[in-house]
Design a protein around this ligand. Structure first.
Ligand code: 3HC
Ligand code: NAI
Length: 698
């Protein structure tokens, strides 16, 4: 008798129930249990229809991702689902929570599907670099049409119950108890003599519309820089159109197995687990987290507003404080405006907007923060100001409240020294726009308490972000690594590359945005001001970030002034070349004695990437990051590094660490021996043959 799947009865209906916490993944014991229970139901003449449902918080959330590193153990999905589908009694899958990937493929092997109003169904496999491999690519196009099916595979986005009903993915939405509804539905099928309705029996006809659609999707897939799995999804769907079902299933198996072998898939599956691993901090018990039910934010500027929206979006009440009533009013109006834009785009409803706005209270009085469980300071980047504010918080906030700073460059321990409770102080480094970006760097000082770190990790989860622990060192993990990466990009402008060449090289590698376009978007002056503050600590090199400095000196601050590394038309973000800037860089190169030459795309990519990787290794070496996978999560969730390349640490292994060291040594010879120093950790790993991606300071 299976421990995770059982057969129950409700009159003439057999109930096959899965109970495999936490998310009912269809692991080997579940497949075995399904096989046994469906066989029993088939053999039992008194059972006239079968309902498949799950205990716990969700229907099957997918295949067990941990099983993908080895061939699937028996019984595998294809023969199991073929047997379920062949049953000569009608079967009804009853969905709640998230029926994803292998989960929805199981449901597709049933003859009918009903769902709770809150259920969501979809195929997130593309986010793991996998082509669905449990019959989905063959059954879904037959059930929902080629276009709907392929769009689901390629986007990876789940749809809600209403959409699923409209697309024909499910047959009914349950009102009331799902189990009772599904049983009643099955009884009705029996009463009405509606027997099995098998997806495998449907034939798909190739039409000119389908051909045109497929062609368009192929064109798009070919533009997805360096990715192969989207094209493989299209191959599998074409098999559903062109081959009989059985042959199509064989073809799906080949394609899905091949997808698992791709670097893209290894990279993305590792990131799935890497994002879960960030929450594990040695010596910190997640269960010890201080409860956080209300928040306070000081400073209603760019960041404060975004953080307030993050809280409200997660249903947490928050008080937003600024210098005076006028400043507070301006922030609240700006937040409403931002929500209104979301309403216009159809992302939230008017009711949703009002519900969020009710959760955000403006204030100019610290007394209103007295009861907050966590207060996040997001005022100007100025140590004296921040210390003044923390001293005030120390006097005002209740004991046990978490006092956090959103500083991007300042020493959190020094900020904490303004209080008598440094154990309660932590850095919570959000990224702009804070209500959208997923990354939250959690900065610990030597004094930060474990239950504060646990609560911060929990807060990240509640805000639907990924929290990554960082040591309290300049730039933390992300911005620290950005420094040499940006330095290279800017230096190459003096050597003869154009901003467009640099950004194109990085974007064709897969970065969401080239670094110079990022500077223009964020404001070229932002980094400039930070460097001015740290002048004494910078390398003695007149070319260091010289191009940014020159732009700032001319008042060319990027998009906000309409000109920076590029030129922008009013109201548009389209990049136009800025020939005056190019001339300026060329003249400066001459003044500094830097030889001008043509740089290849390869050189641009390699210099930027090697700088990033080398600094990442140093961040690990110094213990600023706990693990290489944390570094990769920072870069993929906060800095637009392509997920299919796994993050800079994983990517370095795919190139080969010996090769990375050789490249850096080469740059030391031809460019700057002082600057290009291979990290000791990188050198050691290259010699030992161990992967960088597995490094951890645990
Ligand atoms: N395999 C293995 N473990 C899984 C899993 C899966 N498919 N999905 C979730 N888990 C684990 C998580 O690692 C986590 O473990 P932990 O507690 O030890 O850290 C635990 O389940 C709970 O997960 P979450 O913290 O993410 O719980 P949430 O409630 O926030 O989210 C979820 C639930 C929406 C189901 C989310 O976990 C999710 O999106 N999971 C992945 C779903 C997915 O990608 N499915 C497709 C798999 S590929 C596939 O099916 C291929 C097929 O074609 C053969
Ligand atoms: P901002 O200039 O947009 O907003 C600062 C806000 O603080 C203003 O509304 C100002 O009125 C308010 N303020 C100033 N003094 C105050 C005081 N004494 N009491 C209450 N409010 C006060 O600044 P931004 O960009 O939001 O940055 C805030 C912090 O976040 C800084 O520490 C910055 O380094 C950090 N940060 C900024 C990021 C960005 O991309 N802008 C990204 C990550 C962190």
């Amino acid at each position: 008798m299976s421990e995770v799947v059982r057969l129950e009865r409700s009159g003439r209906i057999g109930l096959v129930i899965i109970d495999n916490p936490p998310v009912n993944a269809i692991s080997r014991p579940v497949r075995q249990g399904l096989l046994e229970c469906f066989r029993k139901a088939a053999a039992d003449r008194s059972i006239e229809a079968v309902v498949l449902l799950c205990d716990g918080r969700t229907f099957i959330a997918g295949a067990d991702i941990a099983e993908f590193d080895a061939p699937m153990a028996q019984p595998t999905c294809h023969p199991l689902f073929a047997e379920m589908e062949a049953l000569d009694k009608p079967t009804v899958a009853a969905l709640h929570g998230t029926a994803l990937g292998g989960g929805f493929e199981t449901a597709l092997a049933c003859h009918y599907r009903v769902a709770n109003p809150g259920a969501r169904v979809g195929f997130p496999e593309i986010n793991l670099g996998i082509v669905p491999g449990a019959g989905g690519t063959q059954r879904l196009p037959r059930v929902a049409g080629v276009q709907n099916a392929l769009q689901m595979f390629l986007s990876g986005r789940p749809v809600d119950a209403e959409q699923a009903l409209a697309m024909g993915l499910i047959d009914a939405i349950a009102d009331g108890d799902l189990r009772a509804f599904a049983v009643a539905y099955a009884n009705r099928l029996v009463d009405e003599g509606r027997g099995p309705r098998r997806a495998c029996d449907v034939a798909i006809e190739r039409t000119p519309e389908i051909d045109a659609f497929l062609q368009e999707q192929r064109r798009r897939a070919s533009r997805m820089r360096g990715r192969v799995v989207p094209g493989m999804d299209i191959d599998a769907v074409e098999a559903a159109i062109d081959l009989p079902f059985g042959k199509g299933i064989e073809r799906e198996q080949e394609i899905s197995d091949a997808s698992l072998e791709t670097t893209e898939s290894r990279a993305m599956r590792r990131l799935f687990f890497a994002e879960k691993a960030t929450g594990r901090i040695p010596g910190v018990d997640p269960a010890s987290a201080r409860p956080l039910a209300s928040g306070g934010i000081i400073g209603g500027g760019t960041m404060g507003r975004g953080i307030a929206m993050s809280f409200a979006n997660a249903g947490i009440p928050v008080t937003l404080l600024d210098v005076d009533r006028a400043a507070v009013g301006k922030s609240i109006d700006a937040i409403r405006g931002e929500y209104q834009r979301s309403v216009k785009k159809g992302r939230i409803t008017e009711d949703g907007l009002e519900a969020c706005m009710r959760l955000i209270k403006g204030s100019d009085d610290y007394a209103d923060l007295a009861e907050a469980d966590v207060v996040i300071e997001a005022v100007f980047e100025n140590m004296a100001l921040k210390k003044k504010i923390f001293a005030k918080l120390d006097k005002t906030c209740k004991p046990g409240a978490i006092l956090a700073s959103n500083t991007s460059t300042l020493d959190v321990a020094e900020i904490a020294s303004a209080t008598k409770r440094p154990a309660d102080v932590v850095g919570l480094h959000f990224f702009s726009p804070a209500h959208i970006m997923r990354l939250l760097e959690i900065v610990r000082t030597d004094a930060t308490a474990g239950d504060v770190l646990a609560a911060s990790m929990q807060l990240a989860k509640t805000l639907r972000k990924v929290g990554v622990l960082s040591g309290n060192a300049y730039g933390f993990i992300g911005n620290r690594m950005m420094d040499p990466y940006g330095r290279e990009a800017e230096r190459m402008l003096l050597e003869g590359a154009t901003p467009r060449q640099v950004d194109d090289a990085l974007e064709s590698f897969g970065m969401a945005m080239g670094i110079l376009a990022v500077y223009d978007m964020a404001g070229v002056d932002v980094g400039y001001k930070v460097r001015e503050e740290r002048k004494d600590l910078l390398p003695d090199d007149p070319s260091f970030y010289r191009s940014s400095s020159m732009l700032v000196e001319r008042g060319w601050l990027g998009q906000k002034t309409g000109v920076g590394f590029y030129r922008y038309e009013a109201g548009s973000r389209e990049r136009h070349d800025n020939p005056e800037a190019l001339e300026m860089f060329a003249a400066e190169a001459k003044r500094l004695g830097i030889k001008r030459r043509d740089l290849t795309q390869d050189e641009i990519e390699q210099r930027c990437l090697c700088a990033l990787i080398n600094e990442g290794a140093k961040v690990l070496e110094e213990g600023v990051a706990l693990r290489a996978s944390d570094v990769d999560v920072v870069y993929t969730s906060g800095y637009g590094f392509p997920r299919h390349r796994g993050g800079p640490m994983f990517y370095a292994d795919t190139v080969g660490l010996k090769e990375i060291c050789a490249r850096i040594d080469g740059f030391a010879k031809t460019l700057d021996p002082q600057y290009w120093q291979v990290s000791a950790l990188l050198r050691e790993l290259a010699a030992s043959g161990k992967p960088l991606a597995d490094c951890a300071n645990e």
